[in-house]
Every structure is written in structure tokens, then in C-alpha cells.
Design a protein around this ligand. Structure first.
Ligand code: FMN
Length: 265
């Protein structure tokens, strides 16, 4: 089993220290787990330019594809992702937000259905809850099957020493996350995942091949299996959720017919 530690903070500070503590707990529980570290600050990922090529032509046309594609491949290969972002101004730090901006096409074409995630954030006093909620919401929307949240108040500039209670929490979260990753079991899709999934499934039909404004989103959702399923077939789906998915699909389809999203040809 592989776990990717993606440090999206600008340095190896308090949040990274918690990520290392999680790694050490998991390694103690199972020495066979393989870990890989990525420090986003070292990759030099430029700001998302807003060119929208990822939505229209595919993410391989992103001007930063040389950095982004290998990163996505590592996320895919990791059964688990531990994502660290500091809380700056009550929100994810800019480096982390920039990466999430580069993931936006995945909200339209979710992908990481078999992968599990955990978001860690430290804050001086307040705001880490909001930071992890926002980040976990993004990870769930791009397909991550489950996302654990670990917000912690450090009351420290780069010298955080978790209290015994915080250490117990870190250990508990590490073991829950590890057991979930190693189980190979997938949780059923949540309603909050199914809403955007099915809205995009419906809306994107208006952009299929041969339409006046065809896009990669249109091609993606034209896949014969994907076009008819209320969520990815690899994920369990209780029967009562299927009609809900199809309802949002119909809403999306109506919205796609009512409004055309144009681009300069
Ligand atoms: C630019 C900046 C903004 C911050 N914003 C907040 C904040 O909104 N709320 C808060 O309680 N602490 C804030 N802090 C304190 C940090 O969140 C806290 O020290 C955190 O543990 C640092 O984690 P790191 O070492 O991983 O970067 C801020 C610190 C910096 C440098």
C-alpha cells in the first residue's frame, strides 16, 4: 500500500510536523506501507492562468502540464493521500489554493474514486476547521472516496509540540485512515458528491463531439457507460440514491440546453 504525503504549505513547519507524526504512526502499525513525499513549494507550480484549456481541450494542454501531470499520476498511485495546508487568513494557504485551482477540471470530470484522503491543517488559534472543510470538500468533489479531517490549533510560530490530547487524536486519526486505506473497501457515494457529478453529467451533453462548442467535458461524459450511471460504477450505490442522481442529471441537462457556455474559437 502506498501513501502520498503532499505538503502544500510553503515550508516544513507545524503542519508538516503533524504530517510526519501521522506517517510515523502508520509506519509503526504497518512497516510495509510505502510513503512518498512531495513538497509543493519545491515544484514551482505557477499560478493557474485561467486559460480554461483543461476544461475545453483536456488537462494535457494545461500550460503547467509538465508539473501537473506527474503530480496527478502520483495522487492516482497513492492508495491514500495526506494533504497538508497551513491556515492563513482563516483559509488554505495560497500554494495549496493554487493547486486546488489546477484541480478544477476534475470537479467537472471526477477521477480518484478508489483513493482515500486526509487533510491536515494547523492554525495559531482559529480557522483550521474552515480550512480542512474547504479542502476536504474539494477532494471529495474530485472523486476521493473518503476524506478524513485533522484541524489543530498550534498556538505556535513553527514550534508546535502537540499536547498529549492532540497526540492521541493524531494517533487515532492515523489508525482510522490506515485501516480504511488497507481495507480496499469503498464507501457509497455521498449525496454531496452525487450532486455535482450528475449536474456535470447532464450539462456536458450540450458540449459533446459535433456540437457547436464541443469540449473535453462533453467527450468525457459521452462515454457510453459513464453517460448512464448516477456515479462511477466502481463505487457502491444504494438503490435509493440512483433516482436522486438521475434527478440532478435531468436538472443539469435542462441547464445545459438553456445556457450555452461559449469560448473564443
Ligand atoms: C501569513 C500567516 C497567516 C496566518 N493566519 C492565521 C489565521 O488566520 N488564524 C490563526 O489562528 N493563525 C494564523 N496564522 C498562524 C499559523 O496558522 C500557525 O502558526 C500555523 O501553525 C503555522 O503552520 P505552518 O508552520 O505549517 O505554516 C497565520 C500565520 C501566518 C504566517
Amino acid at each position: 500500500m502506498k501513501i502520498l504525503l503532499l505538503n502544500a504549505t510553503p515550508h516544513k513547519g507545524n503542519t508538516w510536523r503533524v504530517m510526519c507524526a501521522l506517517r510515523d504512526e502508520i509506519a509503526q502499525a504497518d512497516p510495509a506501507v510505502e510513503f512518498e513525499e512531495i513538497h509543493l513549494a519545491g515544484l514551482g507550480l505557477p499560478f493557474c492562468t485561467g486559460c480554461s484549456l483543461c476544461f475545453r481541450q483536456g488537462h494535457r494542454f494545461c500550460p503547467h502540464a509538465d508539473i501537473l501531470l506527474p503530480l496527478l499520476a502520483k495522487m492516482e498511485a497513492g492508495d491514500g493521500l495526506i494533504f497538508g495546508t497551513t491556515t492563513f487568513n482563516m483559509a488554505p494557504n495560497a500554494l495549496a489554493k493554487n493547486l486546488m485551482d489546477h484541480w478544477c477540471f476534475l470537479l467537472h470530470r471526477p477521477h480518484f474514486f478508489r483513493n482515500k484522503a486526509m487533510v491536515v491543517s494547523t492554525t495559531g488559534g482559529v480557522g483550521a476547521g474552515k480550512t480542512v472543510d474547504y479542502t476536504a470538500g474539494t477532494l471529495r468533489a474530485i472523486g476521493y472516496n473518503r476524506c478524513y479531517k485533522l484541524p489543530l490549533a498550534s498556538a505556535s510560530w513553527n514550534d508546535y509540540r502537540p499536547s498529549p490530547a492532540a497526540q492521541r487524536k493524531i494517533r487515532h486519526m492515523a489508525l482510522c485512515f490506515y485501516k480504511d486505506c488497507v481495507s480496499g473497501c469503498l464507501a457509497p457515494a455521498s449525496v454531496l458528491q452525487m450532486i455535482p457529478y450528475n449536474l456535470f453529467r447532464g450539462m456536458s451533453l450540450a458540449y459533446a463531439k459535433g456540437s457547436p462548442y464541443e469540449t473535453e467535458d462533453g467527450n468525457h461524459w459521452s462515454d457510453p457507460v459513464r453517460a448512464h450511471m448516477a456515479y462511477d460504477p466502481s463505487v457502491p450505490m444504494p438503490f435509493y440514491k440512483k433516482p436522486l442522481g438521475h434527478l440532478f442529471y435531468l436538472i443539469g441537462r435542462a441547464a445545459g440546453n438553456a445556457v450555452t457556455v461559449t469560448y473564443k474559437k
